[in-house]
Design a protein. Structure first.
Length: 222
């Protein structure tokens, strides 16, 4: 498990079991601190080693995924919790050509989402980054499905937001996480999970709460 570093925090009541050791973890389980290999590390930036295999700036979904592949990893996060834009969007991701949608029968040419992004981004269109997204998002989804506890549902019914643009899809370009019980998380990890965004939640239920939330969405007779 990667070492998580909050540059502004040391061990606190909000981070039980945290240690300001400055020592990275690796996938072999080697820990110079003497703590269990699966224990998260948090602390200040003071005393960090001069080198590591991978330094990840930001503890969001993308950063933590990158950390998975490193040997000696440090994740630097300025907030007291983990999770960024992906967490606030309920875990939904725009991942065209993903294997879940293809299994649902939605198969399209790569030029369609590429055209959509060209019109949606306009002058901000960055070809190398767009190509990296289009070529690798499908592999990202497949990786999580195969190697982690994170499983997805297909957004086969979710159309692209700017549906009037050329190349816009009518569904199948998004994936969202299947419901996961927080009780399965270790207690010392729960305080590190970013909470729901108020604007996208209702009575504590996020936009990925499934049938429980959907029961409130249709118009109800008075």
């Amino acid at each position: 498990m990667p070492r998580w570093v909050d540059p502004g925090l040391g061990p606190t009541a909000d981070h039980p079991g945290s240690q300001a050791t400055g020592l990275p973890a690796d996938h072999s389980g080697n820990q110079a601190s003497g703590l269990p290999p699966d224990r998260p590390r948090s602390g200040s930036a003071a005393g960090l080693p001069a080198a590591c295999d991978l330094l990840v700036i930001g503890g969001g979904a993308a950063g933590l995924t990158a950390a998975y592949h490193g040997l000696s990893v440090i994740v630097a996060e300025k907030a007291a919790v983990l999770g960024g834009a992906t967490a606030w969007s309920g875990g939904w991701m725009w991942a065209p050509l993903n294997p879940l949608s293809q299994a649902d029968g939605i198969v399209e040419d790569i030029d369609a989402p590429r055209t959509y992004l060209k019109y949606a981004l306009g002058a901000n269109y960055d070809e190398p980054r767009v190509e990296a997204l289009l070529q690798n998002s499908r592999h990202m989804v497949a990786f999580f499905e195969k190697h982690t506890s994170l499983q997805f549902v297909s957004g086969s019914w979710i159309a692209d937001i700017q549906g009037d643009l050329p190349g816009a899809g009518t569904g199948g370009r998004s994936v969202g996480p299947k419901p996961f019980s927080a009780r399965k998380l270790r207690k010392d990890l729960r305080p590190l999970v970013r909470g729901q965004l108020y604007e996208t939640s209702f009575l504590g239920m996020g936009i990925m709460a499934g049938p429980d939330l959907q029961a409130f969405l249709p118009p109800q007779p008075r």
